[in-house]
Ligand binder design. Structure first.
Ligand code: ARG
Length: 566
């Protein structure tokens, strides 16, 4: 109903002297809908103009015309009440969907603003674990939401590509590694080496020193160490790329922790210069007692820097490079303290832009599936989960639609979609119990349900054998409540995106799409389409084509494909 708020703001602009956004924010929904669909309270204005609010309300009402968007505008005490002309809204909505197509839902609200989103950020030289699904899909869908709302979005994969474990891995490779073996399945092989190194270390503690020595060499830029590390990194990226492609995820930057190596000293100097750092038992810290937080450790006694030192450096780097209006970190709730400390150090230094940084936390995802074996080290590979989802989707498709072409491709869209939506449909702060039956239920609150609805619409359109064209006289035939309810939901798409952005919660968009799917199916079960008079048939085809478009757009924003048949 964004459009009405906009129209109200336009109507009141001159009379109130307030600005557009200010008016929009103050528009309310009256508790008693008999009074109207929207209300504008005049208290604030009364203060400014030093007049009685009821008097202001009635004066304004006398000076404005209802126009085509409102059937009535009345003053009731200190409120101006607006009753909407839904007929007009319905027409406008369908017309906009028809003309904007894939662009429907877009807004220019974010024009000129930059949002930096740090998400996914797995650790290299290891398989991509199921645990990194949440950050990846939540971050990706938020990035798409911001982009749709007009923001310039920078997607950053802050790879975990630095740390003592790489010293161990180099030592292990030089001891037991074999290039040919490694080339066959690099990540699996490196992971084997990593596990072996840890096992052998129990027996032979001198390995620990060897690993440490190699990490020291790596830090000093030793050629052998550096070459190997670069190679590990490259192979990992290639491996991750395969999964990102499946999930439809792209990044603007893969600058990971290692990128900041030569910038850490600058960070430490800057923090020292600001006067907030102190030495405590030889370690450099920032005391955060006033903030009720444990001290932030910047540099250990032995000179080693920490995860947070890198994150602080990355924050400076990003602010300098992107001048962001917002910086989001889509990282598990278990890192809350880390981000709290980091933001507070920046604020203490006087960086006011730290107010625009936000940790977007999420709860654990639990995987209980006795049928699928975990691999070494109890690890669940995301790729295995996606593959199994595809196989399960394929079984259902073969059963439901044995004649279907491209069954494999469609099963992939459905399986991957089910996994993504199974995550995103939950309020991110809650824990998720991953459940195959639940996420793949074609009648449940799932991606397959929405995809199936989309495919069903495509098949009706195909059967009708005409391309619906918007016509304002034709859509007047959409008179039942079933139809009107669907259109009202369609009209609220951009609103749903904005609410998703405001809370940084993709389940708001998921909820919206499920509501749309339900409302569409209610309509579909009550209103025949093809066996109707020509006008009604055409009107309903326009309506379902609009639903198809919005489902496809919404799923696309979540990173989910919408097949035309399934
Ligand atoms: N690599 C880290 C992990 O797997 C996540 C990094 C999140 N991003 C950040 N800027 N700290 O837990």
């Amino acid at each position: 109903m964004e459009i009405f708020r906009q129209k109200i703001a336009e109507l009141l602009l001159e009379e109130t002297g307030l600005d557009l956004e200010d008016i929009k924010e103050n528009v309310e929904v009256p508790p008693d809908r008999n009074l109207g669909d929207f209300a504008f309270p005049c208290f604030k204005l009364a203060k400014i103009k030093k007049k009685n609010p009821a008097q202001i309300a009635s004066e304004i009402v006398e000076n404005i015309e209802a126009g085509e968007y409102f059937s009535a505008i009345e003053a009731t005490g200190p409120y101006i009440n607006f009753t909407c002309n839904l007929e007009k809204l319905n027409q406008d909505t369908l017309e906009r969907i028809y003309t904007q197509g894939r662009g429907y839902g877009k807004s220019s609200e974010g024009d000129g603003k930059t949002v930096v989103i740090d998400f996914s950020s797995p650790n290299i030289a290891k398989p991509f674990g199921f645990g990194h699904l949440r950050s990846t899909v939540i971050g990706n869908s938020l990035a798409n939401v911001y982009e749709t709302l007009g923001y310039n979005v920078e997607r950053i994969n802050h790879l975990g590509d630095w740390g003592t474990q790489f010293g161990n891995l180099i030592a292990a490779y030089l001891k037991w590694g074999n290039e040919q073996e490694l080339e066959k399945d690099p990540i699996e092989y490196l992971y084997d080496l990593y596990v072996k190194f840890h096992e052998e270390m129990e027996e032979d503690p001198s390995l620990k020193d060897e690993g440490r020595e190699w990490f020291r060499k790596l830090e000093e830029g030793d050629e052998t160490a550096e070459k190997l590390w670069e190679w590990f990194r490259e192979m990992s990226l290639k491996d991750f790329e395969r999964i990102y492609r499946k999930l439809g995820v792209k990044f603007d930057s893969n600058k990971g922790e290692a990128f900041y190596n030569d910038k850490l000293e600058d960070t430490i100097e800057t923090i020292k210069d600001s006067g907030i750092a102190t030495y405590s038992q030889g370690a450099l810290i920032v005391d955060l007692n006033e903030e009720n937080l444990p001290p932030c450790l910047l540099k250990k006694q032995d000179g080693a820097t920490l995860y947070i030192t890198r994150d602080l450096t990355a924050a400076f780097y990003r602010y300098e490079n992107y001048q962001f209006d917002k910086a989001l970190y889509v990282v598990g709730a278990d890192q809350e303290l880390h981000f709290n400390q980091m933001f507070n150090v920046l604020k203490k230094m006087g960086c006011d832009w730290a107010e625009n940084m936000e940790h977007v936390p999420f709860g654990l995802i639990r995987f209980q599936d006795r049928k699928m074996s975990t691999r070494k080290g109890n690890m669940v590979y995301l790729e295995d989960v996606l593959e199994k989802a595809k196989q399960l989707a394929l079984e259902t498709i073969r059963e439901k639609n044995p004649e279907l072409d491209n069954q494999e491709d469609i099963a992939e869209m459905v399986g991957v979609g089910a996994v993504i939506f199974g995550d995103l449909s939950n309020d991110r702060v809650k824990e998720v119990n991953f459940d195959w039956d639940k996420i793949l239920d074609f009648n449940g609150e799932t991606a397959p349900y929405l995809q199936y609805t989309h495919a069903r619409i495509c098949s009706v359109l195909k059967k009708a054998d005409i391309t619906p064209e918007y016509d304002k006289d034709i859509v007047k035939h959409l008179q039942s409540d079933y139809e009107k309810n669907v259109i009202q939901l369609l009209a609220g798409f951009t609103d749903a995106l904005k609410r998703t952005r405001d809370a940084n919660k993709p389940h708001i968009l998921a909820r919206y799409l499920l509501d749309l799917g339900r409302e569409f199916n209610r309509f579909y079960n009550h209103c025949p389409i093809l066996n109707e008079t020509e006008e009604v048939k055409q009107a309903r085809l326009i309506l379902i084509d609009a639903v198809r478009q919005v489902l496809a757009n919404g799923l696309g924003i979540m990173g989910i494909k919408a097949p035309e048949a399934m």
